[in-house]
Design a protein around this ligand. Structure first.
Ligand SMILES: [Zn+2]
Length: 390
């Protein structure tokens, strides 16, 4: 019997696993309650305050909000001076504040913007701590519940950067995502993001024809970038996701810009790709009254947890113990990137499943919700030394 199997049968743990099935409906209500509060990246405050009140009601210790909007609460351990376990979920969503947040429920699915990513994650975090409190499943180490900001869009993981600064390299980080149950993320994809701005002479489309155009130059740069060959392994990608610029159909554009996202699972390959893009961009700079400005707007560092780290083993065993049919391990760009890049132990675990994420028809499929909660519980307890001193 594995350590995790044993843990699942512990008289203080087995009732918590059952609790997740019995209390599924209240966990879903909590998910919807959180989803109903708009929380675009950089404007998470109202949702964060809501979570903070909840942490206070749960009588967590040291409840606080930092200056960027991360909310912290401590579940005191039964006694250990070892580093704490941080269980976190990001509060922000990709949806602007005026998005229609109405929901629809059918079968095992609940539709609504941000329902899975990451209302279910935040609800899962609260549900986890409450269940541990209710059944007295308190491990030796402190558990910090953290609802952090800035995971999506241009947040650049700023919430998790502050969390890491506070707890450091010795802590263990368990990052919760509402979707992707059965996916075990212990590799952080490196992401470099840039805004490329072009300015040109511009003018009237007829009278000034022949003057340099910011949009024509922009198109040409993008075309060059799209021709770059990247390796399949290590997986590497590029994407121009947003373009902006111009004044009117009959004006030669003076200004235009685009946002570029570069990714790789390997630091060196990502740097090489960035170099290629830089070379292309610089070719257009300072020619024919064209100026190209290249500004980095995001840097999510790559990082990998050692394959033999117990956190990976516990996560896999926990999935088997709760009855996951399929286990997928891999890389992604999540809050776990920050601790992983610093060589700290971190995993990202999924609570339930989802579809159409980052679209307004996003849905949460909660069939696996109790299992996902079970996995998170078992991994959290193992990381916090539960049962080690029995
Ligand atoms: Zn997310």
């Amino acid at each position: 019997m594995t350590q995790i199997n044993k843990l699942a049968r512990h008289p203080r743990v087995a009732p918590v696993l059952k609790h997740f099935y019995e209390e599924l409906e209240s966990a879903l209500e909590l998910t919807i309650e959180i989803q109903q509060i708009a929380a675009p990246t950089f404007a998470e405050k109202v949702r964060a305050e809501h979570v903070m009140r909840r942490f206070e009601q749960m009588a967590l210790a040291d409840v606080s909000m930092d200056h960027i909007g991360n909310v912290y609460g401590r579940l005191p351990g039964s006694g250990s001076d070892r580093a704490p376990v941080i269980v976190s979920a990001h509060t922000d969503t990709v949806f602007p504040a005026d998005t229609d947040l109405s929901i629809k429920r059918e079968g095992n699915r609940i539709w609504g913007p941000g329902m899975a990513d990451n209302s279910a994650g935040v609800a899962g975090l609260i549900h986890l701590i409450e269940a541990m409190q209710t059944h007295g499943a308190i491990p030796p180490r402190d558990i910090w519940a953290v609802a952090n900001v800035g995971e999506e869009g241009l947040g650049d993981l700023k919430g998790m950067r502050a969390v890491y600064e506070r707890f450091g390299q010795k802590a263990t980080y368990i990052v919760l995502e509402g979707g992707s149950f059965g996916h075990l993320i212990h590799q952080g994809i490196g992401v470099h993001r840039f805004k490329v701005s072009v300015s040109a002479a511009g003018g009237h489309s007829w009278a000034d024809f022949g003057q340099s155009s910011a949009i024509h130059t922009l198109g040409s740069i993008i075309h060059q970038i799209s021709q770059i060959q990247v390796p399949k392994s290590p997986k590497t990608s590029f994407n121009v996701g947003v373009i902006e610029g111009g004044t009117s159909i009959n004006t030669i554009a003076r200004n235009a810009s685009f946002l570029l996202d570069l990714r790789s699972t390997e630091v060196a390959t990502l740097k090489k790709l960035q170099k290629k893009v830089e070379t292309i961009v610089s070719r257009y700079h300072d020619q024919n009254q064209v100026l190209v400005n290249w500004e980095q707007i995001g840097n999510r560092p790559a990082g990998t947890l050692d394959q033999n780290h117990p956190l990976i083993q516990w996560s896999v065993e926990a999935l088997r113990t709760v009855g996951a049919r399929k286990i997928e391990e891999g890389a992604s760009s999540t809050d776990a990137n920050i601790p992983l890049a610093h060589g700290a132990a971190a995993v990202c675990l999924g609570i339930a499943n989802s579809g159409n994420v980052h679209r307004t028809d996003e849905y949460l499929d909660y069939s696996n919700f109790p299992k996902g909660m079970g996995q998170v519980l078992l991994v959290t307890l193992a990381a916090a030394d539960f049962g080690q001193f029995d």
